[in-house]
Each structure stands twice: as structure tokens, then as C-alpha cells.
Design a protein around this ligand. Structure first.
Ligand code: AMP
Length: 216
């Protein structure tokens, strides 16, 4: 079950990947989460990535490809994985194909199709626990009034890159660098489009049905 979740930021990839990964006992590999942890831990990688991430630009292909290569070599990836937020450029997709060509290629790419206005609304209303990473939403799932995470007791904040100026920039970067991947995977006959404008539960049901077929 080797799949990629493709789509603009804020289309629900991370939320759905977390549920599916748990249900099907495979890891959710989010390059954004790996980078955020490096920033939090103050590693060399984190120092390099911090400013880039705050601006909404992309971290260099070399760094990201190196991270993914190491992560996919870990034993928990043997039965499959969900790549969430990777690849984000054609160069990353080509490197991934190269990495997997003699072993186990990607089976399907799920494209999360969401209207742009809806994306901006979702991202600017997102609030995140700085400790456990749980995502709240000011409209549908607000954090407690004192911003203390109800799951782990950490502090709930707005990610710098969820502020409106950065969100707009992330969407521009997405259109220029990542959207061409749709065509790339259509040519490989691997792209499956999911209507991500619907409520989370409906999208999840469709994904579970698809994964059940993939597993059988
Ligand atoms: P995300 O949480 O997936 O939206 O990622 C947050 C930020 O991390 C992005 O805006 C980029 O700066 C960086 N990032 C995450 N994944 C990648 C990737 N595959 N390639 C380049 N930069 C990435």
C-alpha cells in the first residue's frame, strides 16, 4: 500500500492520512512534520528550514530527497506508507521513481481537489498544538478558550505559515511547482481525484473504500 497524497496545503491530506495510516497500520510520512520537528529540536536542518518554511517557499529538493530516502529505508515502511506533502516538485517525483524502480513502485496517487476560497478559509482558521501537532479549526473544532490543548496540555498556536500572507504565497508556490505533478501521475495512470470540498467524514469513507480495494 504505497500511496501519495497530493494536493494544495489545507486540502485535508494530513487529517485523512493520519486516520488511514492508523487504520491500515502503515506510517504517515509527512515531510512538513519532519521539518517542523527539526526546527523545534534546533538541528542544523531545522535552522536551514525555518526561514524558508516561514516564507511559504519550498526547502531544497536535495535536502528533502535525502530525508525521504532515509525514511523509506526504515523497517516500518515494508508494508507500505502514505507520503503526505512529498513529492512537491517534478524533480522530487523523478527521484522517488528512481529510488523505487527496482523494488516497489508507488501504486496510487490521491489528488485532493478543493476550491481555493475554501483552502484559504481552512488554513487561516487552523490552529495547531505546538506540542502534539493536533490541528484545531476556529470554525468547526475550536481549541479551548485558554488555548491549552485538550489532548496533551500543550499550547495551541497559529502556525506562522498559516497566516494569510504566507498562505497566499504557499498557494502560488503550489501552483507553480506542485500542480504539474497531477499531469505527471496521470501519464503514469496512477492519479485518482477525490472531491475534498466535502465534509471530512465523507472523504474518509471514500478513501477507506479505496484502500480496502488496494489491500485485497
Ligand atoms: P506542510 O506541512 O506539508 O504544508 O509543509 C510545511 C512547509 O515545509 C512547506 O511550506 C515547505 O516550506 C516545507 N516542505 C514540506 N514538504 C516539502 C517538500 N516535499 N519539498 C519542499 N519543501 C517542503
Amino acid at each position: 500500500m504505497r500511496t501519495i497524497f497530493l494536493g494544495a496545503p489545507g486540502t485535508g491530506k494530513g487529517t485523512q492520512a493520519a486516520v488511514l495510516a492508523e487504520k491500515f497500520s502503515i506510517p504517515q510520512i509527512s515531510t512538513g512534520d519532519i521539518l517542523r520537528k527539526a526546527v523545534k529540536d534546533g538541528t542544523e536542518l531545522g535552522k536551514k528550514a525555518k526561514i524558508i518554511m516561514e516564507s511559504g517557499a519550498l526547502v531544497s529538493d536535495d535536502i528533502i530527497i535525502g530525508l525521504i530516502e532515509a525514511r523509506l529505508a526504515e523497517p516500518d515502511c515494508v508494508a507500505g506508507y502514505i507520503l503526505d506533502g512529498f513529492p512537491r516538485t517534478i524533480a522530487q517525483a523523478e527521484s522517488l521513481d528512481n529510488m523505487l524502480k527496482d523494488t516497489s513502485p508507488i501504486e496510487a496517487v490521491i489528488y485532493f481537489d478543493v476550491d481555493e476560497d475554501e483552502i484559504v478559509k481552512r488554513l487561516t482558521s487552523r490552529r495547531t498544538c505546538g506540542q502534539c501537532g493536533y490541528n484545531y479549526n476556529m470554525i468547526t473544532d475550536p481549541p479551548p478558550a485558554d488555548n491549552v490543548c485538550r489532548i496533551c496540555g500543550g499550547t495551541v498556536i497559529q502556525r506562522d505559515d498559516d497566516k494569510e500572507v504566507t498562505v497566499r504565497n504557499r498557494l502560488l508556490v503550489y501552483k507553480e511547482k506542485t500542480e504539474p505533478l497531477k499531469e505527471y501521475y496521470v501519464k503514469q495512470n496512477k492519479l485518482r481525484v477525490i472531491d475534498g470540498n466535502r465534509e471530512v467524514k465523507k472523504v474518509r469513507e471514500e478513501l477507506i473504500e479505496f484502500y480496502n480495494k488496494l489491500a485485497s
